[in-house]
Design a binder for this molecule. Structure first.
Ligand SMILES: [Fe+2]
Ligand SMILES: [Fe+2]
Length: 458
């Protein structure tokens, strides 16, 4: 499964090779790629940030200098982007070229298919982070500590039931900037200990931002294992994938967006879209999803729900469902930037400052993402308008020009805010269909109603 967020660019006039890649649809879903026959065309693509080109493969047949002049030109604006030279006939190339004196990341000798290029992508982008080498940190255990809250990320207590020892240094938050360290990395983790915390009302354990990166890798591995286990139920799989998503969402909220985190988000999206497209889950009802969801993290749950709605609306391509998923994962980034502890469920009880933050968060979220760059325009627009509606009586929220992604995210957002954490009852459901869904375009209304009415799979 592709672990990089962005696209590869193949610059090659070898029709047979390029046509072969274009047929490898499954690989292309995981490792999106653009193709050009000429360097001129490639230069245009490289200029547009929306394509987010992370790796370039250039054929030596592209020009008289065998790609060397082109490499120099690429390096002017992109000193760090990996550039691989494809040589389809290495025996006919000049010796100096094959000695790679001019600084290609690597020279690929007669690659036969996309898999050969994908191996290089994996080598570059699969995170080498490992959690097994974390050592006990210097803070003393079981005493009150003054630590900067910004440096610690909450993780669900329930995440820690699966390993015999703690791989991380773990803290409990007592108040703003007040923590107590409860476990060193390497300490035994027993169920009773966790139960004691749970009984005391602890729902989250805290890990330092630095260790949290490794924690995400740990969750990635865990959910990959569970997804590959034929005996695991679809709900167990879903909850694990959501757990990964929620940890990624938390790290976006806590320490901003980075390419590395987007790569992890891409793994989450591959896994969640895989599950959504999976036959077993396809027939399962949205009600069952809402009832069985174990974690409550807003962004990951909205992302998953949005994927389900997109699938029901008839968005077929995995690429497009992933686009919905990433936009949904980031939809409230502006809100959490303004107020990290905001809860959308409590919209009615907001104070003046929270109201102001809420009013600004769509625009602010769009600004954060635009500054970050590398996303599709449709993502910026959907984040900027996820509270706007096509229909309804509220003129301040009415807009005809919002895109379908924004509508899908809006519907998923409302579903999560209204139903998660409470028992589903028929009155609520009826009101949602008759009132809330009437604000969306008929297409979305139909899709969500259908999802809600789906009978559970046998
Ligand atoms: Fe929002
Ligand atoms: Fe939201």
């Amino acid at each position: 499964m592709g672990n990089f967020f962005g696209k590869a660019l193949v610059i090659d006039s070898n029709v047979k090779f390029v046509d072969g890649i274009k047929e490898e649809q499954n690989l292309l879903n995981d490792y999106p790629c653009l193709f050009t026959k000429t360097f001129k065309e490639a230069s245009q693509i490289l200029k547009l940030p929306k394509h987010n080109i992370r790796i370039i493969f250039i054929s030596s047949a592209i020009g008289p200098s065998h790609g060397i002049d082109e490499l120099k030109e690429i390096r002017i604006d992109r000193p760090l982007t990996p550039v691989f030279l494809i040589s389809h006939a290495p025996e006919r190339e000049p010796k100096e070229l094959m000695a790679n004196e001019c600084g290609f990341t690597k020279i690929l000798h007669s690659p036969i298919n996309y898999l050969a290029l994908v191996k290089e992508i994996d080598d570059l982008f699969i995170s080498k982070e490992s959690w097994v080498d974390i050592v006990a940190s210097k803070e003393e255990k079981n005493i009150e500590l003054d630590l900067l809250a910004d440096g610690y990320v909450p993780t669900s207590l329930t995440d820690f039931v699966l390993t015999p020892k703690s791989f991380f240094n773990i803290f409990i938050k007592l108040g703003s900037n007040k923590f107590i360290k409860v476990l060193n990395s390497g300490d035994a983790l027993n169920q009773e200990l966790l139960q004691t915390y749970a009984n005391k009302g602890v729902t989250h354990l805290f890990i330092s931002t630095e260790e949290h990166k490794k924690y995400i890798r740990f969750c990635e591995e865990l959910s990959k294992k569970i997804l590959n286990n034929p005996n695991a139920s679809s709900m167990k799989k879903m909850n694990n994938v959501l757990n990964l998503g929620s940890n990624i969402a938390q790290s976006f909220i806590h320490s901003g967006i980075s390419q590395e985190k987007l790569d992890s988000a891409n793994t989450f999206l591959n896994q969640s879209v895989g599950l959504i497209k999976n036959m077993r889950l396809k027939n399962e009802s949205l009600k069952k999803f809402i009832d069985s969801i174990e974690m409550n993290e807003h962004s990951a749950a909205v992302s998953f729900l949005a994927g389900m709605i997109a699938n029901e609306v008839g968005i077929e391509s995995i690429k497009s469902v992933k686009l919905v998923g990433i936009a949904a994962l980031l939809h409230d980034i502006g809100l959490y930037d303004l107020d990290p502890h905001f809860k959308e469920e409590s919209l009615e009880t907001l104070n003046e400052e929270q109201k102001k933050n809420f009013e600004q968060h769509q625009k602010h979220g769009g600004e954060i993402l635009r500054k970050c760059g590398g996303f599709d325009e449709v993502i910026y627009q959907s984040v900027e308008s996820h509270h706007m509606r096509r229909r309804g009586n509220d003129p301040s929220r009415r807009a005809n020009n919002i895109n379908m992604l924004a509508e899908i995210i809006g519907a998923a957002d409302e579903l999560h805010n209204i139903f998660i954490g409470t028992k589903l009852d028929d009155v609520k459901l009826h009101n949602f269909v008759q009132i809330n869904l009437k604000n969306f375009s008929p297409q979305i209304e139909r899709a969500v109603t259908k999802l809600l009415n789906k009978k559970q799979a046998a």
